[in-house]
Design a protein around this ligand. Sequence first.
Ligand SMILES: [Zn+2]
Length: 262
Amino acid sequence: MSLYRDTAVVLRVQKLGEADRIITLLTRRGGKVRAVAKGVRRTTSRFGARVEPFCHVDVQLHTGRTLDVITQVQTLDAFGAHIVDDYRRYTAACAVLETVDRLAAEEGEPVLRLYLLATGALRALAGRDRDASLVLDAFLLRAMSFAGWSPALGECARCGAAGPHGAFNVQAGGAVCGSCRPAGSVRPSASTMPLMDALLHGDWDAAEAAANPVRREASGLVAAHLQWYMERQLRSLPLVERAVPELIRERAELPGERVGEG
Ligand SMILES: [Zn+2]
């Protein structure tokens, strides 16, 4: 067996037998790794508390035949301690971990950009200087950009006509022009897509200046876009306080609000 060392974020823990756990890690160099932590459910465990979700750790592993085995863990950042006692931060952080887990589908495939986005988002959520919902939306927009599904926010998603455009359609891929907009498109406020663009590009001054209804609408469009592209719903997202998808549904059901049907 060979030994290796990496830094990692703990994404998930599962019980294994009487005293062990399977830990799902997103490592900096090696991508997603599922590894066994032996004896961590015993109270005498040397590193049980260091392999909990949200922990950012330096970890040493033995390559195993099926799963690798964790042999040493050192805490780099105990993000969880600053996250778990605040419901909004906790649900946002859960959505970050779950999105990472889904996007890093292949074990052992390096995803450095996703690792940096995840540690950045957890650090911001633990630091409490920024609004939890904005941090989550910035993370989700950047994670979608990493995955290649960034919503169109300026030019039309269908024909590429220069924006800004007034309508947004998840199935079409984002902003749509007056000629392309499909039935059921929503017409967000004029500030909503600019807020999403500011979050994607890390323009926090612009993002934090956005009013609450605009933030909620942007969160809804981000969640709807992400869910459409992931093809299955993130379990954590419904826990996060979000006005839309209800807003999208309400708007889609109001004939006066609907665009693209003459
Ligand atoms: Zn168009």
